[in-house]
Design a protein around this ligand. Structure first.
Ligand code: SAM
Length: 472
């Protein structure tokens, strides 16, 4: 029985409800009256239910599809302005006991180089990341209770926060590790993590069990209920995602929004972010063996429809996607992107030899962070290295309240400009610096409050003089 308030995976992601939703969408994909009604509701910017959202996803009317994309773009501008938050993944260890059939870290892969960073190696990686200009990381690790126990993750987080190289600092560590216990989530919270990210991979239980044939990740309910445990452990910023290509995208889309509705219904807070990874080629993984790959047009529509359905949830796209694909995705809803990423263990400090590769998947966007930052600015975006919200305690419902009232603009643009200035001052190439200075000067006028504008101007000067880490 479908119940968004239930704590049982099979009730809040009810298979029958997903099937009924898909049937409802199929029946109504040309229903102009209903589509108009849903678009009218979407314009109120309070989001849509999974049933309403999927009618837009399936909509077959060309003129209405144009409206959907235009609305997604407008909602993105309203909530996130032209700011794009920057981050990088940091792989700690690729030891893994699971058997995920799409991931080269699966336990049976004897070909991939297995690596686990020592604390000294982590320090080297962090220095390399700081030297690029990164302030926000997403920690990645395989699941292995012996090699990667929670104590190792906690110690690594401590090391990362402790490194202060030149003017660098990692100010927010998000964590993408396997589903764990309430007690461990509490420890992660105490260690000062930002968002806990866990991709569902697929919401389709039968497929999930086939795709995860062995190891702790095989347990669908334990994985699907992880966010509830994370919230019970005090983490109120959680990040959802599915790995597109494993199952039918319509199924995943409906279920993903049901998951968001469940978090809102039970905890009063929806997901902080939604990621949209697609399967990539990797060491012993051929993405073509998975039948449900989606093309760039469907991918863009999924992003646009998520944007409309959960306006106050940030959306993340990684370097799995090409420059061209990311460029399009930024229009329709993406608010966070990675840059200069390595998916290998230890890859920032050292290039891996050809015969000793530890990468999780091939990266499509291989540009440096400086190139990504410059590219964003050339298109009128403000790359932001801001980490202020969680450091100021604006997480969970406090962040959502700010976002829902659109009050977020009063601190986000100033914080984005001040952190961009730090980047320009410390790390940018001359061309990027030139563009950045001009952008900051013109964006200052867009800070509505004069008092705030003057504080920002003073702080920008202080950054030139050597001070760092200003925030609202
Ligand atoms: N082991 C943790 C877990 O079970 O969630 C951490 C996640 S893993 C390091 C990060 C994510 O990479 C996975 O959740 C999966 O969605 C994604 N991934 C795995 N193999 C991939 C592939 N071949 N292409 C693209 N993404 C992949």
């Amino acid at each position: 029985m479908y119940d968004p308030k239930s704590l049982k995976a099979e009730e809040f992601i009810c298979h029958q409800e997903v099937l009924d939703t898909l049937e409802f969408a199929e029946k109504n994909k040309n229903n102009r009256k209903l589509i108009d009604k849903i678009l009218e509701k979407a314009r109120l910017r309070k989001g849509l239910s999974h049933r309403e959202a999927i009618v837009l996803l399936d909509c077959a009317l060309e003129d209405k599809n144009k409206e959907i994309f235009a609305l997604a773009e407008q909602i993105k501008k309203d909530y996130y302005g032209n700011r794009i938050v920057m981050f990088a993944p940091l792989y700690l260890s690729n030891y893994c006991v699971n058997g995920c059939v799409y991931c080269p870290y699966h336990a049976k892969n004897k070909h991939i180089a297995r690596k686990k960073l020592t604390q000294e190696e982590i320090a080297r990686e962090v220095i390399a990341l700081q030297d690029m200009g990164h302030k926000r990381l997403a920690l990645e690790a395989g699941e292995d209770p012996v090699n990667n126990p929670i104590e190792y993750i906690l110690e690594s987080i401590k090391t990362i926060y402790s490194i202060k190289h030149k003017n660098g600092a990692i100010r927010r560590v998000n964590v993408n590790i396997a589903a764990t216990t309430v007690e461990n989530y509490r420890k992660l919270k105490e260690a000062g993590i930002g968002t806990y990210i866990l991709f569902q991979e697929t919401y389709h239980k039968e497929s999930y069990e086939k795709l995860h044939p062995k190891g702790p990740k095989h347990n669908y309910a334990y994985h699907t209920e992880a966010m509830d445990r994370a919230m019970e452990g005090g983490i109120d910023d959680v990040g959802l995602g599915v790995l597109f290509g494993l199952e039918l995208y319509r199924y995943e889309f409906a279920a993903l929004l049901m998951h968001a509705e469940h978090l809102e219904a039970v905890h009063g807070v929806g997901p902080h972010t939604i990621s949209v990874p697609r399967i990539k080629h990797a060491d012993d993984i051929d993405p073509n063996v998975f039948d449900n790959g989606i093309d760039d047009d469907i991918f863009a529509k999924i992003i646009a429809c998520i944007r409309i359905s959960v306006p106050y949830t940030g959306m993340i796209i990684s370097t799995r996607e090409s420059k061209a694909c990311r460029e399009k995705a930024l229009h329709y809803g993406i608010s966070q992107i990675s840059g200069g990423s390595k998916t290998s263990v230890g890859g920032y400090a050292e290039e891996e030899p050809e015969d000793h590769k530890s990468e999780q998947f091939d990266v499509s966007d291989k540009r440096t962070l400086d190139e990504v930052v410059r590219w964003l600015m050339e298109q009128g975006y403000v790359p932001s290295f801001c980490t202020a919200c969680y450091r100021e305690g604006r997480t969970g419902d406090r962040f959502m309240a700010l976002c829902k009232n659109m009050q977020i603009h009063n601190c986000c643009l100033p914080n984005a400009l001040m952190t961009l200035k730090e980047y320009i001052q410390d790390y940018a190439s001359p061309e990027t610096k030139l563009l950045g200075e001009a952008l900051i000067a013109s964006e200052l006028d867009n800070i509505p409050n004069e008092k705030v504008r003057n504080i920002v101007k003073a702080n920008l000067e202080n950054i030139v003089k050597g001070q760092r880490d200003f925030r609202f």
